[in-house]
Design a protein around this ligand. Structure first.
Ligand SMILES: [Mg+2]
Length: 375
């Protein structure tokens, strides 16, 4: 099965719910969706996303530099194709735009291999389990008091046994109050995950998390700038709360550095950001070899396959307002049900785009409304 054509489109999709954390608000998601057609008649799709900027650059990298060198390639050579793409782009940096541009291609290739094999992706990639618990994830820095409790009650009513909330307000007492509200609402036995989105220095992280330890959080996510590995080593040595991170890391080498430095407890590699399933699986196995669980960031439709493929999957992030189903982009909705994610059973990734709805968000030429949406 050989690649005949590679077509990539950019879509800018407004969130359906308000989204804010300690460092940013999100006004537009960008989806970069690649369709690979083959001489077998099968076609596969893969995608990357951004938090509102860079999508047109990713589309151009794929169209102008990656697609032309891949036409005619054998689809089953996913590793060879990944390396070829990485070497092509590596001089501009090993991760970030490089890996975000590789991901749509890599994911589309895996989709094709699953279709060819007649297997859903999670089985093709290892089939370690058939389902996984999910957590209700709120990007909810703007919520407090009754509004925050209401969101958490919604998660419980939907069947989640773990929830996540944002922390990192300028006033530490406000974090204490908000976390207290959530713990009181969810009771003692529901998992409580905290996410600071890289807000603090290492010393500040220790001080701030100690103020929250009494609420028994299951992890503190991204307490410190992701580039600061020694800072995480320090914080981990001084805290009882496990440290989760990885959404802002882009290569297996960065994860290896973190693991060697005893700086991480839960590995959250994001499938599009690390360049697709090929690289993600390596990171998951690296974590497994160090007895660490994986809990990939975002991209719930991809993460469900990845988590059920490997033995060290911990939990699935189901971000309120952030799934393709929430955004009405799938022809057949896929949802976490009663707090548990079950992968689609169709061959490949199993998702079919709603082309009519997608077309509403198609960007032709340059994105036009960037300044307006970032005001
Ligand atoms: Mg996060």
């Amino acid at each position: 099965m050989r690649i005949e054509s590679i077509q990539t489109h950019l879509y800018r999709v407004p969130p359906t719910v308000r989204i804010s954390d300690s460092i940013q608000s999100i006004y537009i998601w960008e989806w970069i969706i690649t369709t690979i057609r083959t001489d077998s008649g099968l076609s596969g799709t893969g995608w990357s996303y951004t938090l509102g900027m860079g999508g047109s650059a990713l589309r151009a990298i794929i169209d102008d530099y990656l697609a032309p060198i891949l036409i005619g390639s054998e689809v089953s050579n996913v590793e060879r194709i990944w390396q070829k793409c990485w070497q092509e782009l590596h001089a501009n940096g090993p991760g970030g735009f490089t890996t975000l541009a590789i991901a749509p291609i890599d994911i589309a290739l895996w989709d094709l291999l699953g279709q060819q094999a007649g297997l859903p992706l999670y089985k093709l990639m290892g089939g370690a389990r058939d389902n996984i618990p999910a957590y209700g994830s709120g990007i909810n820095m703007h919520l407090e008091g009754e509004a925050l409790a209401e969101q958490m009650r919604g998660f419980l009513a939907a069947g989640y046994r773990s929830v996540k909330m944002k922390v990192g307000r300028d006033n530490p007492e406000e974090d204490v109050e908000r976390v207290a509200t959530v713990r009181k609402t969810i009771g003692p036995s529901v998992g409580l995950l905290l996410d600071a989105n890289q807000k603090w220095s290492a010393g500040e992280a220790v001080r701030r998390v100690r103020m929250l330890e009494r609420f028994n959080p299951s992890w503190i996510e991204e307490p410190i700038l992701a580039d600061d590995i020694p800072g995480h080593t320090y914080a981990r040595a001084h805290l009882s709360v496990p440290i989760a991170l990885g959404e802002t890391l882009f290569t297996r080498y960065q994860f290896a550095d973190y693991i060697r430095a005893n700086a991480v407890d839960v590995v959250q590699a994001d499938i599009p950001r690390v360049g697709g399933f090929t690289e993600w699986l390596k990171i998951a196995k690296l974590a497994e070899a160090h007895n660490l669980p994986v809990a990939p960031h975002f991209a719930v439709e991809l993460s469900i396959h990845a988590l059920c493929a490997v033995p060290n999957g911990l939990i699935l992030e189901d971000l309120q307002g952030g799934s393709l189903t929430d955004l009405d982009l799938l022809a057949e909705p896929w949802r976490v049900s009663n707090g548990v994610g079950v992968p689609p059973q169709k061959p490949g990734h199993g998702y079919v785009w709603d082309e009519k709805n997608l077309a509403k968000y198609l960007v032709t030429g340059k994105p036009r409304d960037v300044t307006a949406t970032r005001a």
